[in-house]
Design a protein around this ligand. Sequence first.
Ligand SMILES: *Cc1c(COP(=O)(O)O)cnc(C)c1O
Length: 358
Amino acid sequence: MLNFTVGPVMCSEEIRAVGGEQVPYFRTSEFSDVMLENERLMLKYAKAPEGSKAVFMTNSSTGSMEAVVMNCFAESDKVLIIDGGSFGHRFVELCEIHDVPHEVLKLDHGQKLTEEHLYEYNGQAFTGLLVNIDETSTGVLYDSEMIGEFCKKNGIFYVCDCVSSFLADPFNMAHCSADVMITGSQKVLACPPGISIIVLAPRAVERVVNAKVKSMYFNLADALKNMERGQTPFTPAVGILRQINTRLKEIEEAGGADAEVARVAAQAEDFRRKISDLPFEFVSESPANGVTPIHPIHADAYRIFEILKDEYGIWICPNGGDMKHTIFRVGHIGCLTHEDNTTLINALHDLHKRGILK
Ligand SMILES: *Cc1c(COP(=O)(O)O)cnc(C)c1O
């Protein structure tokens, strides 16, 4: 199998080897050391400001999006949600479920967020902003610095879902003044799904500690308190946390966060260059590095996904909802090489020859 989806992605051999080991008991100083090292490296790679904390949640990243909405906002807030695709829309649904007053800045699929869009909401007493820095459904990268500037001017609490963007696109949490950063184990961290990480800047730590949350599992103050000694309130996905530890150290050895971002960018660039003579259109106005959404001009996107899977052993990433038949995505994250890109391109050329791609 050759996997070009956006998660779960291909894992390195080292990560898979750790997955084959016995899972140890975790209320030990040894496991606490692993967790504290995970926190240290996560804060470093997120370029989080002094005094930031990380919590490791055993849930997919949607669970962390929900936890952040529940722990950081209340009925007294008024939040702005950037909704340019299915992940932006998920924040809208979460705010509806949890009665957080909100307005939606809606963008078309693939549309870039500009200052003009954003500043229509200037000076309107917003208290929070929720954005998916890479709106993975359309591969649009939003400008975290530009949004941060807007939030600073308006005194807005700034939440970045970097689930597919962390370690794929440049991100500096301290510099863009983000209060919260969310990511997950199965995207650029290239581990199995099951763990999501929330990085909290000092202002977010303060907010979380003082929040009144009607939830046991999603109580982030409890998670923070346990994390002081490298622990979690409940049994975490111990095996995946050990794989994350291996992966974070692997990134360190390969030159750190910037080197990983450069690697993903080169992987994307190589693919976009190789695909340019096929009958496709790019979808995104400001493409993120992690994924390339593609519109086949004269073919059904979902059919291409199925044929590649069933006849070539190659997984690209289908889209859902109203984009199912018009857009498929090719991921550039995980343990992939430029040769893997060539294998996929050759398969697409073959589809072209067979008349499936016109
Ligand atoms: C993958 C992803 C998520 C989380 O999806 P889960 O299925 O809950 O892991 C959230 N936001 C973005 C931008 C993503 O790419």
